[in-house]
Design a protein around this ligand. Structure first.
Ligand SMILES: [Fe+2]
Ligand SMILES: [Fe+2]
Length: 329
């Protein structure tokens, strides 16, 4: 490896900055600042962890889905989330970390996942509310990531977003069925929305002036819009959808602001967000315990896959030797 002198470091940096400024993609073999690499690893890992931990609250309802149709849809959705985790771990691996390393950090609490998944799913309506609000917030966050400066992350997001919009619609449709059902079903849908609304708004992260990584991520074009911009966009989308659903959003301060051309909304309880982030949410302990158990119980699958891959590559090497042998005979 050639030594990188201060001059060549500057030249590399100039090429990188020019590529970012020109909206070109940075690819795994391109030179990138170490802080850019570290930021992406942290963000993509946290995203991947959220996808797989996010399987738990909804999987809780697979065995109790109210019909075969709902069960099939929910199973497909939860499987999609596993797939999202895999695309994202693969995207992170292009930055020089291994999936094992990232999972180890998740299991030991050194890397986080989205706080939203530390809330419980108390009724079937929660599956609808998660699809509509949590997947809806995820789409709002992730559509701009399709234009993120890091190629593998941006490309993974294109497919993830297509699947997320299916998730959002299935949640909306499940809630609509409940909302138009019996008074008890309507009340169940309303209760779920009342519990998931505020945590969904927190998914966009702290307000812009308190967001530690935002400015640098925007300069690197990893992030395209600020937390508050995306949160506002989400509120503006949800208000008319809630009206069509025949449900109310639990915020007395929610009203159209003609001047701003946006909905005003009430203050978010950031102390709750910080508590959940610290590990004191209703389900933090349960989620991570279940994740560790699933990982341990899956050890035999990983071993079998590795043994199969080794056998396969031995056989391939054997074939090549034989071919070479024939050619020289
Ligand atoms: Fe997902
Ligand atoms: Fe999803």
């Amino acid at each position: 490896m050639t030594a990188v002198t201060a001059d060549s470091q500057e030249a590399y940096e100039a090429v990188f900055n020019a590529a970012v400024a020109a909206d070109e993609r940075i690819e795994p073999r391109d030179w990138m600042p170490e802080a850019y690499r570290a930021t992406l690893i942290r963000q993509i890992a946290q995203h991947a962890h959220s996808e797989i931990i996010g399987m738990q609250p909804e999987a809780n309802w697979i065995t109790r889905a109210p019909s075969l149709r709902r069960k099939a849809i929910l199973m497909a959705k939860v499987q999609d989330e596993a797939g999202h985790g895999l695309y994202l771990y693969s995207a992170a691996e292009t930055l020089g970390v291994s999936r094992d390393e990232l999972l180890d950090k998740l299991h030991s609490g050194r890397q986080k996942y989205s706080s939203i998944f530390n809330y419980p799913t108390l009724t079937w309506a929660d599956v609808g509310a998660i699809g509509w609000l949590v997947d809806g917030a995820a789409i709002t966050n992730q559509v701009p990531l399709c234009r993120c400066s890091y190629g593998p992350y941006a490309r993974a997001m294109v497919r993830v977003c297509k699947e997320e919009s299916f998730h959002q619609r299935q949640g909306y449709e499940a809630l609509l069925a409940l909302s138009k059902g019996t008074p008890a079903q309507h009340a169940m849908a309303q209760d779920a929305v009342d519990r998931w609304w505020w945590p969904s708004l927190m998914m966009f992260g702290p307000p812009d002036d308190e967001s530690a990584h935002s400015a640098q991520s925007m300069a690197w074009k990893i992030k395209r819009h600020s937390n508050d911009e995306l949160r506002q966009r989400f509120v503006d989308i949800c208000v008319p959808q809630a009206e069509s659903l025949g449900l109310t959003l639990p915020d007395p301060d929610l009203r159209w602001n003609e001047e701003r051309g946006h909905y005003d909304f009430g203050a978010i309880d950031w102390s709750e967000f910080r508590e959940v982030l610290k590990g004191n949410g209703p389900c933090n302990e349960q989620r991570i315990t279940q994740r560790r158990r699933a990982h341990e119980e899956g050890a035999w699958v990983r071993e079998a896959a590795a043994a199969y891959a080794a056998k396969h590559s031995d056989r391939k090497t054997g074939d090549e030797t034989r071919e070479t042998g024939e050619a020289t005979a």
